[in-house]
Design a protein around this ligand. Structure first.
Ligand code: GMT
Length: 373
């Protein structure tokens, strides 16, 4: 099959999932054409069957905001024809689904241009339902050839918020468990965590929804009882605040800010606990990656995280601001070897259910269904 993929190429869950999907499809012999303003950061080496088409954006004095989404639609139409694509798959509704709709209109009905929109979360919960986008998001979904959501929670929310009268397929996020796995080497080998310390980790784009302040607060309480360090990976709007808070609390020697990292597996291998106290999370792919490396998760009982982290099996879920319970649970996990062993085994078992070998065929099946429809 020849598949076009458009996503945000920079840091962010939807871009990561779209890139990993492209890599998995290419490894299975499909031809994948990424169309975006930049090469997705996860496509950081040569991959057979993967092509990249850069969208050029015209800067012109009249344009206060250069219209990227229009240039994107033209590029989609061009590549659909020149590469002979079978299907276009856009990740994150705004503006990608709108560009795809326009590309379809440019090419006309006879072109057989079909596009699938995958909703990831904030494209529905924050951006898409904003009054400036609501009608467009609804229109694009109703005019997509197919829609997928990354969790049942997101499907339900989308149907309720937008009153969508259309089938939505749930295809969960996935992880390559052969890459995301515990290596048995010493967790102190990166020089972050000492042999007798525990590592607590969080990976995200540091947006307010991630509640970074709660992570620091939980860490503050846990470290009073447990010899541990905090590893924060990623960057985003809350990073400066997080750094200031850590400095103010005199925790600079205990907290590592590592910035963006392409490969988090060695870092997850230093960790004993993953914290994700998000206010809302449509799936929580970073938690899944931690589980795959046998790291138990403390998360929140809101949104789609409940479909990934089974409470008491591979971690625990609490209300986003229940710092007290999160801290107590963290201390319990790190101080009780049996509990830790049970949860980390449960973590790996849970991750295996979301292995790419299980999930990627669902995308391929869905592509075929939409192409034939
Ligand atoms: O919040 C992020 O990390 C980025 C965001 C995005 O859309 O780029 O992630 C969303 O998509 C991920 C991949 O499907 C999901 O695993 C995340 O749960 C989701 N984030 C939120 O819903 C807040």
């Amino acid at each position: 099959m020849k598949i076009g993929i458009t996503c945000y190429p920079t840091y962010g869950g939807s871009g990561v999932v779209a890139s990993e999907l492209g890599i998995e499809l290419a490894e299975r012999g499909h031809q994948v054409h990424f169309i975006s303003y930049e090469m997705p950061f996860k496509i950081n080496k040569y991959y057979k069957n993967i092509y990249f088409h850069e969208v050029e954006v015209l800067e012109y004095p009249l344009f206060k905001y250069p219209p990227y989404s229009l240039s994107l639609s033209v590029k989609m139409a061009e590549i659909f024809e020149s590469a002979g694509l079978d299907i276009m798959h856009v990740h994150y509704a705004i503006p990608h689904a709108a560009s795809a709709y326009l590309a379809q209109s440019i090419l006309g009905k006879d072109s057989n241009f079909k596009f699938i929109t995958t909703l990831h979360g904030t494209d529905i919960t924050i951006v898409g339902n904003h009054s400036s986008f609501f009608k467009l998001t609804k229109f694009c979904m109703e005019n997509s050839s197919g829609i997928t959501c990354v969790s049942n929670y997101l499907k339900q929310l989308t149907m309720e918020t937008f009153d969508i009268n259309k089938d939505i397929e749930v295809i969960y996020n996935f992880v390559d468990t052969s890459k995301y796995k515990r290596n048995k080497c010493d967790k102190s080998n990166l020089g972050l965590i000492k042999k007798d310390e525990f590592g607590i980790i969080h990976v995200s784009n540091f947006r307010p929804v991630k509640k970074i302040r709660n992570i620091i607060e939980v860490f503050c309480r846990v470290r009073k009882e447990i010899n541990c360090k905090l590893i924060l990976v990623g960057e985003g709007p809350e990073l400066a605040f997080a750094k200031e808070t850590v400095k103010r609390l005199d925790l600079s020697s205990k907290v590592f800010f590592l910035g963006r990292k392409d490969n988090v597996v060695p870092l997850l291998n230093c960790a004993d606990l993953y914290l994700l106290p998000s206010k809302s999370e449509s799936f929580g792919v970073s938690a899944l990656e931690a589980l795959s490396c046998e790291v138990p998760v403390i998360g929140t009982n809101v949104g789609g995280l409940k479909e990934v982290v089974a409470d008491g099996v591979c971690g625990y879920l609490f209300d986003p601001d229940d710092i007290d319970s999160m801290s107590k649970a963290s201390i319990n996990i790190l101080s009780d070897k049996n509990l830790f062993g049970k949860l980390s085994a449960g973590a790996r078992e849970t991750a295996l259910k979301f292995d790419s070998k299980v999930i990627i065929p669902k995308y391929i099946e869905y592509y075929n269904k939409i192409i034939k429809s």
